[in-house]
Design a binder for this molecule. Structure first.
Ligand SMILES: [Zn+2]
Length: 276
C-alpha cells in the first residue's frame, strides 16, 4: 500500500495497481458485502478492510488522498489505526486552500435491529458513544464516549486493536477469511483470558469499535458534525446509518467554517487552523 497526495475535492480514492490502476472511491455507493470488515466494490473489483485506514484519515484530518494497493485487502499491520497515523504524520500533512465542507446533522436519526442500535443526533462537534456487550469476563458491558477534539483520537482511539475469539478463528479460516490473522495483529481472546497480553487499554475492545465506527462513517465522504451513539452495532449497521443519512437530505446541511458563526469548539478551531 502507498498513500499519495491528491488535490482538494478528490476525497479518498483507492487505486488497484495490480488491475491497471482501477479506482474505487471511498463512498457509500461503493460499499460491498459487509460482515467482519468493510469492503468496497465497483464493477466487480473489491477492496477489503478499509475501515482502519479511513478511520486514521478522519483522525488526522486527511480529506484527500490516493491509496494505491497491489492486492484486494489493506494491510492489517498491528490491527489498530496507529501505524497508519504514524505513517501519515511522518510523511507530513499539506494544508489545502479550499475550505473543508462539513456535514452538520440537523435532525436525529435512530436505527434499531433487535438488540442493535445506532443513531446520530445534532451537535456542534463530532463525538461518538459506543456500548458493547460481549459474554467474556474481560469485556462484558463496556461503554466508551469520546469527543474527537484536541487529539483525543490519536491518544484514545488509534492504538486500540481489533480482537477476535480463538474458537471462532478456525471457522473463519475455513471460509477463507482472516488468513493473515495472528497474535501480531489482533487481541486473541481465549475462553477466559487473552492469549497475547498486555492490553493497551483496559477497555481496548470498545475503543476499537469506536475506531471502526469512525472509519465506516468516513464513507459519508465528509467530516460530520454530530453525536453518534451505537449499542452492539457492527459494520452492517454503521454503513446502514451512512446510507440513510445520505438518502435523507433533510437530516443534514453542508457547512464550512466560514459561514458557521457558532462553532467555538477546539475541533473546529484546530480544523480552521489546518485549512487556513
Ligand atoms: Zn476493526
Amino acid at each position: 500500500m502507498r498513500i499519495l497526495p491528491a488535490p482538494s475535492g478528490t476525497g479518498i480514492v483507492f487505486r488497484r495497481t495490480d488491475l491497471d490502476g482501477f479506482e474505487i472511491e471511498a463512498i457509500s455507493k461503493n460499499v460491498a458485502r459487509v460482515s467482519y470488515a468493510t469492503s468496497l466494490m465497483k464493477k466487480g473489483v473489491l477492496i477489503s478492510t478499509t475501515e482502519h485506514l479511513l478511520s486514521a484519515f478522519i483522525g488526522t484530518g486527511i480529506d484527500n488522498a490516493i491509496v494505491e494497493l497491489d492486492n484486494l485487502e489493506l494491510p492489517i499491520l498491528d490491527g489498530s489505526a496507529r501505524p497508519f497515523v504514524e505513517m501519515i504524520q511522518s510523511a507530513g500533512i499539506r494544508k489545502q486552500r479550499r475550505l473543508r465542507t462539513y456535514m452538520r446533522i440537523k435532525r436525529e436519526l435512530e436505527l434499531r435491529e433487535g438488540k442493535k442500535f445506532i443513531a446520530v443526533y445534532p451537535a456542534e462537534t463530532y463525538s461518538v458513544s459506543y456500548t458493547i456487550d460481549f459474554p467474556h469476563q474481560l469485556i462484558g458491558r463496556e461503554t466508551f464516549q469520546v469527543d474527537l477534539t484536541d487529539g483525543n483520537y490519536l491518544r484514545e482511539i488509534a492504538p486500540a486493536r481489533t480482537f477476535g475469539f480463538l474458537h471462532e478463528a478456525d471457522a473463519m479460516r475455513q471460509q477463507g477469511l482472516i488468513r493473515g490473522a495472528s497474535t501480531e495483529n489482533a487481541i486473541v481472546l481465549t475462553r477466559d483470558g487473552v492469549m497475547n497480553p498486555p492490553l493497551r487499554f483496559r477497555d481496548e475492545f470498545v475503543r476499537h469499535k469506536v475506531l471502526d465506527l469512525i472509519g465506516d462513517l468516513a464513507l459519508l465522504g465528509k467530516q460530520i458534525l454530530g453525536n453518534v451513539v451505537a449499542d452492539r452495532a457492527g459494520h452492517a449497521m454503521h454503513t446502514a446509518l451512512v446510507s440513510r443519512i445520505l438518502r435523507d437530505r433533510s437530516l443534514w446541511e453542508e457547512t464550512t467554517l466560514e459561514d458557521s458563526v457558532e462553532l467555538p469548539t477546539p475541533l473546529v478551531r484546530a480544523a480552521a487552523q489546518q485549512m487556513a
